[in-house]
Every structure is written in C-alpha cells, then in structure tokens.
Design a protein. Structure first.
Length: 233
C-alpha cells in the first residue's frame, strides 16, 4: 500500500513539474510497471484482460488498454484502477448501461505482449502463457472476465469458460488437477474459433471453492457471491 501511494505521489509531482516547465504529459497518475513482474494480483488481472480486455497496437501510434463492464460491476474497475495506481476517472456509458476505464501506456502494452501473450484482436488467437497455466489467480481472472458461475435449472452449480481452443484446453487441464476429471472441450458451431469447457455438480462446486475461497485476491463480487450461497447450503 505504501509503495502504491508513493507511486501516485511521484506521478503527481512529475505532473506538477511538467506543467510548470511547459512539458505537459498527463494529469493522471499511472504505474506503468505493474505487468513487468509476476504477483498473484498480476496473474489475476492478466487473466481478466486476456478474457475481456481490449488493447491497441502501439506500432500504429495508439497505446490504450481498456476494460468495460456492466454498471453493476463498477467496483471491480475501481479495484483495477487501484492496482495500476491511477486517479483517472471511470466513465459511465449510459446508452449501454456499462462503465469503462482506460489508460494509455506503450510500456504496459509491450509488457502484456512480451510477457503474457496479450495482443490486439486476441479473441481468435488468445494463448495461455506457460507460467500462468497452474495459477488459480489467473484462472479466477479468466472466469470473471469471460466465464460464468451459477446454478442451472436442476438446480446444480456450474462453472463455464469460453475462449480459444488453447485457452479451454489449458483450463480443462488445470481443472482436472483440482477435481480429478477433464471435461470435454466443445466447439461453438456459430464461431469456429471459439470453444467452451463446462463443469457441473460436485466437480463445479469443488472448482468454485478452489478459485474463490482457497485462494483469495481480486474477484468479481457477484461471481464470488455464488460461492457464498454454496457455502451456506
């Protein structure tokens, strides 16, 4: 916490110096180094961005990283904003009932690409970095970003992930380590590059507990809430 406050203070002072000297850069603070090292938080946000983030192509002159979600998940964007030590506002998109947060940093985008395989237009080419394949924090980020957790009509608990074949195969491999069963990876007939992997019943319960209770850290509140209902049953 102290380190992050220091980063924000230094950013503010640099901003003041830039303004006084006429070299205006940005009025917002940002720690551009957060994706350069592996931590549990980094693993989580890399998973979330790989699943549901959007990045520009620095070589084309734009270096934006954007996250957008339903307005009910605004608090989650606030957690990410704290992670990158930014004071930039979160914007509400009233026409779509969504909220959006973005930062501009070539360094961040280069680190995301070089260290974690996150590239523009990643929906059809996303791959899981070998260092992240056994990280529960990474997989919690993936499920929060492009997965679903809940109850079906039976009712049984389920946990589902959608992504490329590489992503779903890696998830099935990881889940097998936790629940002892490797599910079938199915292909979306409407989108040939998209696949899905789903667990239900006791196996899903074990995976939900593993991701949201056994390993703590950032988590989407409404999906973590599914575990809370599971724990009280």
């Amino acid at each position: 916490m102290y380190t992050r406050l220091l980063v924000m203070y230094v950013g503010y002072m640099n901003q003041e110096r830039n303004q006084k000297s006429g070299r205006y850069r940005s009025k917002y603070t940002l720690d551009e180094t957060v994706f350069a090292t592996m931590t549990d938080e980094t693993a989580y946000w890399v998973g979330f961005i790989l699943a549901d983030g959007n990045v520009d192509k620095p070589e084309l002159g734009t270096s934006r990283l954007r996250l957008c979600c339903n307005v009910r998940d605004r608090a989650h964007l606030e957690i990410f904003r704290d992670f990158v030590c930014s004071n930039k506002p979160i914007y509400e998109l009233k026409s779509t009932n969504a909220v959006s947060f973005e930062v501009s940093s070539k360094r961040m985008l280069v680190d995301l690409k070089n260290y974690w395989f996150i590239v523009p237009k990643k929906s059809n080419v996303a791959e899981v970095h070998p260092a992240l394949r056994t990280s529960p924090h990474f997989w919690r980020g993936m499920i929060d970003g492009d997965g679903s957790v809940g109850k079906d009509k039976r009712p049984r608990y389920y946990i589902r992930l959608v992504g490329t074949k590489n992503v779903c195969d890696c998830w099935a491999d990881y889940a097998e380590r936790i629940c002892g069963f490797r599910c079938k990876v199915g292909q979306d007939k409407r989108s040939p590059n998209q696949y899905w992997a789903v667990y239900s019943g006791p196996r899903a319960e074990k995976l939900i507990q593993h991701l949201y209770l056994d390993h703590t850290g950032p988590a989407l509140a409404r999906k973590k809430g599914v575990y809370a209902s599971l724990a009280t049953n």
